[in-house]
Design a protein around this ligand. Sequence first.
Ligand code: SAM
Length: 168
Amino acid sequence: MASSGQNIHGEVDFLMSYQPASVLDAGCGTGRVAIELDRRGIHSVGVDLDPQMLEEAKRKAPTIGWHQEDLRKLELQNAFDAVVLAGNVMIFLEPGSELKVLERMAHHVDKGGLLISGFSIRPEILPLGRYDSLAEEVGLSLAGRWSTWQRDPFEGGAYAVSAHRKAD
Ligand SMILES: C[S@@+](CC[C@H](N)C(=O)[O-])C[C@H]1O[C@@H](n2cnc3c(N)ncnc32)[C@H](O)[C@@H]1O
């Protein structure tokens, strides 16, 4: 991506604009986002179900807290200024588990904090309106939506970056 001129740290630049002290990278995969956040001095924690992905994350950044957990059952000890579901996590979930996952994500967002997601619009999997309704159901209100991590306006295109806020 970098060699083709794309910003490989778009998600992290976006997150940094909110100046979070702590971020949960939910569905972190090999830790791409958490590792860059950590490099920029943000306390970050990664969670994923896949042990091999986590092994790779641990190999790259042994000092970050990595947890092999199911997002549907997540129960960490603390909450975060922001929880991020980057790289299409929402459309990779087991169908029917979206509400449970969002409830767990909301539980891990501090009051006044944010749930940030970026995913391709696949109406047959998760229409955007349904995503907003489920988020509202767990106490997260839409605070902004864009078509890219660089905050290009959202005009109903193929990809949505969404920020939902938990009330103070
Ligand atoms: C497309 S990858 C995105 C990885 C990473 N966020 C990134 O942007 O590089 C989706 C990830 O979601 C994880 N995932 C899917 N369902 C999950 C669940 N119920 N609990 C935890 N992780 C899950 C998968 O294991 C996978 O690593």
